[in-house]
Design a protein around this ligand. Structure first.
Ligand code: G6P
Length: 621
């Protein structure tokens, strides 16, 4: 998703901007660009290929300077094309547009400006020529229009006109050592250096440049100059921008620049890192207690009478799995909602609900907005299960469980998902304990199973060659159906999501009992039906559902636990899972589905780590 890096320094900051973009690259983007203040002019390079190509263009054009901004774009308004790539320039009304070096204002933007059409019409009427279909260009022209010698004044005048979510960074030809940045709804950090200052959409982009980070708050505007910075925000009462003090934190942001090692793709590497990621996530756990989730957790857990889980994508399926655990083990009523639905829905708030957000990135706009919505309705007990300790989600929630999956580069989430499940299982046990549903013996048993998980996962990974054999056949299909029941229905959903995300095969998942109410009509010999078949209480029911498929000539591909007595025969292919794993079985069963999606995508030759149209961290609505 879109990324921003900006800098004001005495040295040439172009290598820092490019390196920053590279660190944000894994989030997904379709074009990139950089603009600097060089020899009294604005210069820029933009590209629809990779940041490495942008770097070559920058070198060839001799772009080097102390002040500049850079951007990776994930298209929302306007196709992925060079003319839509950021930075956008404004040349002033009536000026010849689209010249490479004649602009006065240069601007990058993350987020969406909802009233861009209205502003565009207004600026067009004033003589501004538009060269892109983006909402961003509107802001560049608006700032230019309001500029009369002081960039901060111009940006502060422009911001109240913008509706929507944004983070911006902007500089001006007439003020060589100054960048102004602002945020409202999209993340932005200030990096404080010695005699130089930086801005970025994520501290990770500044790793190795500065570890002195200010997390800008909603509505903050920051004026970056060489030896100083100044933060302000609009005060509703005075109607003026007033100075703000913000804490500078020392942040050891990891670079995200992981080596591929022996793997073909980051996704494959991350699938195989799951035993370590799970072990790391469990490292400090010697017993179950609410305090694993932060100070004050016991009091909150005692007070709550229900759980509301809010998340998107794969994280939503982690939440859907956790619902089964929370209701059966902790006996606490739980609902799971897709964040983008919940935030706009009339719901009945309950102040005694524990609001749990799940997010690998901690920056997903919809999940953050859903959290805000819950809080605005008086639901103050908030907890997040998140993989990034410095993220907005962790800062916004009272309690947190930080998973230790490490940086996940592949857009399709794998190790973040299984570690989320581990965090959510621990939450289940802690709530069960607080509510009197977890005896010492049960706690010891669950802990034993958790500690053995890395070994159990390793054994499942050894199934890879058998999954590869299946993937050849899947690669020739255009549709697939996934079935699961109970605790494994969300796993079937996650398996279908993985397959569609990276192989572009249309895949759907159903609770197996629903088959006869619709999807059975789709079943033919051309429709592979993947079935998640653990040896649990629903196995016999599931076998009946499998018969319904067989009777219609469907091809079953079954991941069956060791002792299920499901044997391969014509039209029924079986891969046997090493062991049945009780309540934690979903964590094992998702792994072959990840491998199936991965190898099918490889067989189809797709860009596995950066699937088309998708982004790793979705910071727009
Ligand atoms: C994007 C990613 C998914 C992820 C979802 C939610 O769609 O591609 O892998 O599951 O966002 O992201 P989050 O960071 O909140 O878990």
């Amino acid at each position: 998703m879109c990324g921003i890096v900006g800098a004001v320094s005495q040295r040439n900051i172009v290598p820092i901007l490019i390196e920053g973009l590279k660190r944000l690259e894994y989030r997904g983007y379709d074009s990139c660009g950089v603009a600097v203040h060089q020899s009294g002019e604005l210069k820029r390079a933009r590209s629809t290929s990779r940041v490495a190509e942008l770097n070559t263009a920058v070198d060839e054009d001799g772009i080097a300077a102390g002040t500049g901004i850079a951007h990776t774009r994930w298209a929302t308004h306007g196709a992925p094309a060079v003319h839509n790539a950021h930075p956008h320039f404004s040349h002033g009304p009536g000026a010849e547009a689209n010249s490479a070096s004649a602009g006065r204002i240069a601007l990058v933007h993350n987020g969406i400006i909802e009233n861009h059409e209205e502003l565009r019409a207004e600026l067009k009427a004033k003589g501004y020529a538009f060269t892109s279909q983006t909402d961003t260009e509107v802001i560049a022209h608006l700032v230019e229009h309001l500029y009369s010698g002081d960039l901060l004044d111009a940006v502060q005048a422009a911001l109240p006109r913008l509706k929507g979510a944004y983070a911006i960074a902007v500089f001006c030809r007439d003020e060589p050592h100054r960048v102004i940045a602002a945020r409202e709804g999209s993340p932005l950090v200030l990096g404080v250096g010695e005699g130089e200052n930086f801005v970025a959409s994520d501290a990770m982009a500044l790793a190795g440049v500065t570890d002195q980070i200010v997390y800008l708050e909603e509505g903050d505007v920051v004026d970056l100059q060489l030896g100083r910075y100044w933060i302000s925000r609009l005060h509703a009462e005075s109607g003026r921008f007033e100075a703000q003090q913000r804490e500078v934190k020392t942040v050891h942001a990891h670079s995200g620049a992981a080596e591929l090692g022996p793997y073909r793709h980051y996704m494959q590497k991350e699938i195989f890192e799951q035993p370590t990621a799970i072990a790391n996530t469990l490292e400090a756990i010697s017993s179950i207690s609410p305090e694993l989730f932060g100070d004050g957790a016991y009091r909150i857990f005692k007070e709550v009478d229900s759980v509301l889980i809010l998340a998107c994508g794969t994280s939503y399926y982690a939440g859907s799995t956790a619902k089964y655990w929370l209701e059966s083990i902790a006996k606490i009523p739980t609902s799971v909602e897709i964040a983008s639905e919940y935030r706009y829905r009339d719901s009945v708030p309950n102040p005694r609900t524990l609001v749990v957000t799940i997010s690998q990135s901690g920056e997903t706009a919809d999940t953050l907005a859903a959290l805000k919505h819950a809080r605005a309705q008086g639901m103050e007990h908030t907890l997040t299960v998140c993989n990034v300790s410095t993220s907005a989600m962790v800062r916004e929630c009272k309690l947190a469980y930080i998973t230790r999956a490490g940086a996940e580069i592949g857009v399709a989430s794998t190790k973040a998902f299984t570690t989320q499940l581990v965090g959510l299982f621990l939450l289940t046990l802690a709530l069960a304990q607080t509510r009197g549903h977890l005896g010492d013996e049960q706690e010891a048993e669950h802990l034993k199973a958790l500690r053995h998980l890395p070994v159990a996962v390793q054994a499942v990974l050894a199934l890879e060659p058998q999954v590869i054999a299946w993937s050849e056949e899947f690669a020739r299909k255009e549709n697939a159906l996934f079935l699961g029941r109970g605790l494994h229905y969300p796993i079937a959903l996650e398996g279908a999501l993985k397959l569609k995300e990276i192989s572009y095969i249309h895949a759907e998942a159903y609770p197996a009992g629903e088959l006869k109410h619709g999807p059975l009509a789709l079943v033919t010999a051309e429709m592979p039906v993947v079935t998640v078949a653990p040896n649990d209480a629903l196995l016999e029911k599931l076998k009946s559902n499998m018969q319904e498929v067989r009777a219609r000539g469907g091809q079953l591909f079954v991941f069956a636990d060791a002792d299920t007595a499901i044997e391969s025969e014509a039209g029924l292919h079986v891969i046997r899972m090493p062991e049945h794993y009780g309540a934690l079985s979903p964590i094992l069963h998702v792994i072959p589905l990840q491998l199936l999606a991965y190898h099918t995508a490889c067989a189809r030759g797709t860009d596995v780590d950066k699937p088309r149209n998708l982004a790793k961290s979705v910071t727009v609505e």
